[in-house]
Structures are given as C-alpha cells and as structure tokens.
Write a new protein. Structure first.
Length: 236
C-alpha cells in the first residue's frame, strides 16, 4: 500500500480583505510543520497542492524546512482538484434566499463581521442548506460538483501510484473531509461536520491501493502540540 498525506494549510486571514493568505500564525504553523517533518527525516516521493495561495504558501514553508535541513523535498505540483470550495459564493447564494425567509437574519449577518462564533453558527446553517441540494440554482456552485471534483483528484493520484509511495497534498478542510467520506462512507452532513474539526496544518493519513483509500490517521497536530502554545491550535 501507499500512503496519502492530506495536510491542511496554516491559518488564513479571517476577517481581512484578502482571506486567501496565511496569517502570521499560519506562517509559523507551517514552519513548525516543516521543521518537525524534516527533524524526523520524513520522505515524500511526490507532493501536490491546490491553487489557492494559502495552500501554496504552506507547501513552500514546509519545503523550506526540508531544504534548511539539507533534505530533498519534491517541488509541489499545483492541482485545482484540491482547492477548497468557494465558501464566499456559497454564503452569498444561500443567505440571499435565507434573508427573504427571515428578515431578522440581517442582524445576525452583520454580527458575523466581528464575531467568529456567530459566523460559525450561521455558516453551519448555510452549509447544511447548500449540501442538501434543495436550494441549487443555475450558475451556482453545487456540493455534488465539489465532491466529484475532489474524489476524482484523489483517484487520479492514488490509482497511478504503487506500493510504498508517500504522497503529500497541501489542501483545505473541505477536500480532507471528502477523503474521509470516501474512506468511511460518511453521509454528506457528517462529511460537512468533519470539515469543521480539521485543524490548521493538521496531517491526515490514508492508505491507498487499486481498490481505494482507507483511514490511517486523522487531524494529527503533534508538531504543534510539542510547542505547548495554545495560540497555535486553530481551526480558522
């Protein structure tokens, strides 16, 4: 069997004009991961990342950790299959309809600009509406299309590789949750719930062969835990 490592990007810039970049904490998280993996002389035969800046930057920081230690690290190949879904588009499309049904929702939406807890609560409602497929509209991103895109990306990587291969993919919580769905046969709602538990720079491992993937480890943050700094343990 081979092993597929799905690595979530470091903390992005929540609440900033450009969300798709690592925060100072996110950069530090990625550096710690690179130092940790290089320190245990980890070997990756191939590495990939999505096309989002937070994913690419995380991969670069990990690669720098290997290079500083004088260790080889394959240059990450960008693949759009491992991009996160457009959460902003999902939010806009769904809340536009929800506001028509609940006028008071406007107050909650306004509070999400400064209240992370309120944002998470409302986003959970939005996400569950989205994945149901009951509110799809022409031209809007669909959950099923996202699932198919990520699933095909995983199959394309794993069906061409042989036993003993270690493949790393720097991605986001959405694609990682889809891999969990493929490995465990989860429902769409459980898959979405899993995505909210994926921590920044966590490592999830999957065995793979010609038959598919199976779970070997989920949401590993040992590299961050060694620092004994709770500010490094982030979900968003």
């Amino acid at each position: 069997m081979g092993i597929l490592y799905l690595i979530r990007h470091g903390q992005a810039s929540f609440g900033q004009k450009n969300y798709d970049r690592l925060s100072p904490v996110g950069i530090h998280q990625a550096q710690i991961l690179g130092e940790y993996l290089a320190g245990v002389r980890f070997v990756f035969h191939e590495t990939y990342c999505g096309e989002m800046e937070r994913q690419r930057h995380t991969a670069r920081e990990v690669m720098a950790g290997f290079m500083s230690a004088g260790l080889a690290f394959p240059s990450p190949v960008e693949q759009a299959a491992f991009d996160e879904y457009d959460a902003f588009a999902v939010w806009e499309n769904q809340t536009r309809i929800m506001i028509q049904e609940e006028v008071l929702l406007l107050d909650d939406i306004a509070r999400t600009q400064t209240d992370k807890r309120k944002f998470q609560q409302l986003f959970e409602r939005v996400a569950m509406r989205w994945i149901s497929g009951n509110h799809d509209a022409p031209g809007n991103i669909r959950w099923r299309d996202f699932v198919d895109r990520v699933s095909e990306g995983i199959r394309a990587l794993t069906t061409r590789r042989g036993s003993g291969q270690h493949i790393a993919v720097f991605t986001s919580c959405g694609p990682i949750s889809i891999a969990m769905q493929l490995a465990l046969g989860l429902s769409d709602s459980k898959t979405m719930e899993i995505s909210w538990q994926v921590m920044n720079t966590s490592v999830s491992r999957f065995y793979f062969n010609s038959s598919g993937i199976s779970l070997a480890g989920f949401n590993d943050i040992a590299h961050l835990a060694t620092k004994q700094d709770s500010s490094l343990l982030t979900y968003r």
